[in-house]
Write a protein that binds this ligand. Structure first.
Ligand code: KG4
Ligand code: ZN
Length: 339
């Protein structure tokens, strides 16, 4: 095993260009993120072609920036990690092509990382946080809602997932319905703080039957009906946002408790964009305290897509001796349990 490993991470799976340098001894040395949110906002969602073109523009200057900020010189980077999938084909290709050129030019190994593995390991980016295996992971983003048992790095067992909308998607769609713009999750969460606690009560989907799967499309429908009946006056919007968020958060807390009890593993990691939700953090904390279970979150900035989580996952895999990438193909669809 090499004594020290310094890795450049490149994330371009969706609408953020993220790059970072992670060093096995010094930890996270530098990171940079460019969000394309403004570019896509006027379309109400991510436009793939615009995303790829913008990654092309941003990725090289950002890499130059993080290398400089980390004080790395020629020969200091030992490996490159890039997001191989899942994600948008064209966007992923930008990261893969960049990684392949740099690996060739610098004569270092490159390694393709599963985007969700990046999210899962993100809590460990905090200095001094080494989460022991096994643990249960709640992965909640714009494209995924999953409960996973993580037995060790790369060994993932799917315990449950959403049968329809991902939880971030449900936040975004409900926000759109309330006229809050895109991406709606954080805006809806903010508005929910002003909502009256008991005006509306939304259902807790799939909690009254056994199992660890989720369903969120019904909540969106419930929101539509509520708005049709009550209108879209500012306070009503806040009340709907509040009731929606409580229902989502409560449902997730119930399923997490169930997963922990069923698997007998008293460690929960929460990852993905929705992990930034304050109410979810509070509610899970209560629930885990009650169960005597440990709870880990990434810091706010590493909940959503970023390059640091990819650099971190890459450094762990390279240290473990994983063979470097040779084909640099991308996998827009790539189930985690295929790893
Ligand atoms: O992980 P992520 O950055 O991208 C992927 O989907 O991979 O997650 C983005 C999702 C969006 O749906 C966004 O609305 C949601 O996370 N989100 C939130 C919050 N911050 C981001 N949802 C609820 N509350 C938040 N504070
Ligand atoms: Zn993500």
């Amino acid at each position: 095993m090499v004594g020290n490993m310094r890795v450049l991470g490149i994330e371009t799976s969706c609408d953020e260009t993220g790059v970072a340098i992670y060093d096995s001894e010094q930890g996270l040395m530098s990171h940079a993120l460019y969000s394309q949110v403004k570019i896509h906002a006027e379309y109400g969602g991510v436009v793939p072609e615009l995303a790829s073109r913008d990654h092309v523009r941003k990725v090289t200057p950002l890499i130059r920036q993080v290398i400089e900020e980390s004080g790395s010189g020629k020969g200091d980077i030992d490996g490159i990690a890039f997001t191989k999938g899942p994600g948008l084909m064209g966007a992923l290709l930008v990261g893969a092509a960049t990684a392949s050129s740099l690996a060739w030019a610098w004569k270092v190994p490159a390694i393709g990382i599963h985007h969700l593995e990046g999210h899962l390991l993100a809590p460990m980016l905090e200095e001094g946080t080494e989460v022991e295996f096994p643990f249960i992971a709640l992965l909640v983003s714009g494209g995924h809602t999953m409960l996973i048992e993580v037995d060790e790095l790369g060994i993932y067992k799917l315990l449950g997932e959403s049968l329809d909308d991902a939880v971030g998607e449900a936040f975004d769609k409900t926000a759109k319905l309330l006229g809050l713009g895109y991406p709606g999750g954080p805006v809806l969460a903010k508005l929910a703080e002003e909502g009256a606690p008991n005006r509306f009560k939304f259902p807790r989907p799939m909690t009254n039957r056994p199992g660890l799967d989720f369903s969120f499309s019904g909540l969106k429908t419930f929101a539509i009906t509520t708005v049709q009946e009550n209108g879209l006056e500012q306070q009503t919007k806040a009340d709907v946002a509040h009731a929606f968020q409580e229902a989502v958060v409560d449902t997730m807390a119930i399923k997490c408790r169930r997963a922990i009890e069923q698997r007998g593993i008293k460690r929960l990691i929460v990852a993905g964009g929705v992990g930034a939700n304050k109410r979810l953090r509070e509610r899970l904390k209560e629930e885990m305290d009650r169960l005597g279970a440990e709870l880990f979150f990434p810091s706010m900035q590493f909940c959503t897509d970023n390059g640091a989580m990819i650099a971190y996952a890459g450094h762990r895999r390279l240290l473990r001796g994983q063979a470097p990438e040779t084909d640099f193909g991308v996998k827009p669809r790539w189930p985690l349990y295929e790893l």
